[in-house]
Design a protein around this ligand. Structure first.
Ligand code: UDP
Length: 375
């Protein structure tokens, strides 16, 4: 008899993995402690207005990975969606990521690409030591004026820390462009599932060899009943946080209903220190193919996660990763449990990367099993 495997978590990583295993004939049980699938990319229609809500903040699918793109399209109809973000700073509105329009507006100039490059080269900090922090990297690339206006205070609000202690990798998520391309992402494929991520994930889990239970917490004793457990929950929580909790940022949303159109775009960031929220997302603008008389917009407030809060962003300070290393070493030593996903690996993962990694984990498990090795 084929023994079942358990997937803990019905987010993108868990659902992708479960689907790939089930399609190869491996029966899978999936559990999730929440009352819905899709984890933090959960979407839900508001019952009063019919607007599709990104309940845990905006999620836009973007990738260059054709395998991932082909995979997700089997479970949802996608609409092309190019995300454009505006930001309000110092009483003005600009486009992000920083592009030639932003630069010309900010400096009141009419630069072409070469003039703008030269102007930034004259402003940026030079240095020979590696720029490992958010602040040092931003100053190397942008210089102080742009950094302070667009990034310094937003980053302090988002991460609750001095940007000197936030890793440079967070800054390099955003490009700087010397042209008028104001799309937030540079990937070739940028799209939204027409009916939301929750419908897409539910379709992934709809397979004869998958059975799933919501509102079900994982207990470590569950491991004994399965051939293998794939755990997508928080790595520290698996060990009962017995060496201390890994730090996370959590988000709180303040939702508002209104008539018409509130801000005219999907996301408006707020770069100034005296605005307590980081951004406002207006949900109907993530589905421009729909039309709604009403609108719902959500102000987003970031704070350190307390016990019981939903973890959103792993907080990887530049300096100390020893606690994480200890949990990772213990996780590796567990032969019948694999850890994956944003929380299982404690990384800031984009959706396409989470899906690609889950597909790889499934392939490796199936290959090891086919060879008769213990996966
Ligand atoms: N960021 C910023 N100002 C902005 C937008 C982003 O300082 O107006 C910084 C901030 O530190 C953020 C990082 O850039 O965490 C990456 O931005 P991204 O939009 O990728 O963040 P996400 O949407 O994943 O929260």
């Amino acid at each position: 008899m084929i023994r079942r495997v358990l997937v803990v978590g019905a987010g993108l990583s868990g659902a992708t993995l479960a689907r790939c295993l089930a399609e190869a004939g491996q029966p899978v049980d999936v559990i999730d402690q929440r009352s819905h699938v899709a984890g933090n990319c959960h979407t839900e229609r508001d019952d009063q207005t019919g607007i599709l809500l990104h309940k845990y903040g905006p999620h836009i699918f973007h990738t260059n990975n054709q395998d991932v793109w082909a995979f997700v399209q089997r479970f949802a109809e996608f609409e092309r969606f190019e995300h454009r973000v505006k930001t309000t700073v110092q009483g003005r509105i600009y486009g992000l990521p920083i592009n030639l329009h932003t630069l010309n507006q900010f400096f009141h100039e009419t630069w072409g690409p070469e003039a703008a490059r030269k102007a930034l080269a004259g402003r940026r900090h030079v240095g020979t030591e590696p720029a490992t922090s958010f602040e040092s990297r931003a100053l190397r690339i942008l210089g102080p004026d742009l950094y302070e206006a667009f990034f310094k205070h937003y980053t302090a609000k988002q991460w609750g820390r001095d940007p000197k202690t936030v890793p440079a990798s967070v800054f390099t998520r955003l490009p700087v462009r010397f042209c008028y391309d104001d799309r937030y992402f540079s990937h070739e494929i940028q799209a939204m599932p027409r009916n939301g991520y929750t419908a897409m994930v539910a379709a992934m889990l709809d397979h004869d060899d998958i059975s799933y239970e919501l509102n079900t917490r994982f207990e470590n004793s569950d491991v004994a009943g399965y051939e293998h457990v794939f755990y997508t929950g928080a790595i520290d929580a698996f060990f009962g946080c017995d060496q201390g909790a890994l730090p996370y940022r959590t988000l709180r949303f303040e939702h508002h209903r209104a008539q018409g159109d509130f801000q005219g775009c999907a996301v408006m960031n707020y770069g100034d220190a005296d605005v307590p929220y980081t951004r406002i997302a207006e949900h109907k603008h993530f589905a421009p193919w729909e039309s709604h008389k009403h609108t719902i917009y959500s102000k987003e407030f970031a704070s350190d996660a307390a016990p019981g809060d939903i973890p959103f962003y792993p907080l990887r300070p530049v300096s100390d990763e020893s606690l994480l290393r200890q949990y990772v070493a213990r996780a590796k030593a567990l032969k019948s449990v694999s850890f994956l996903g944003r929380l299982g690996t404690y990384r800031y993962l984009d959706m396409d990367v989470a899906i690609a990694e889950a597909r790889k984990v499934a392939k490796e498990f199936l290959a090891a099993k086919a060879l008769g090795r213990k996966p």
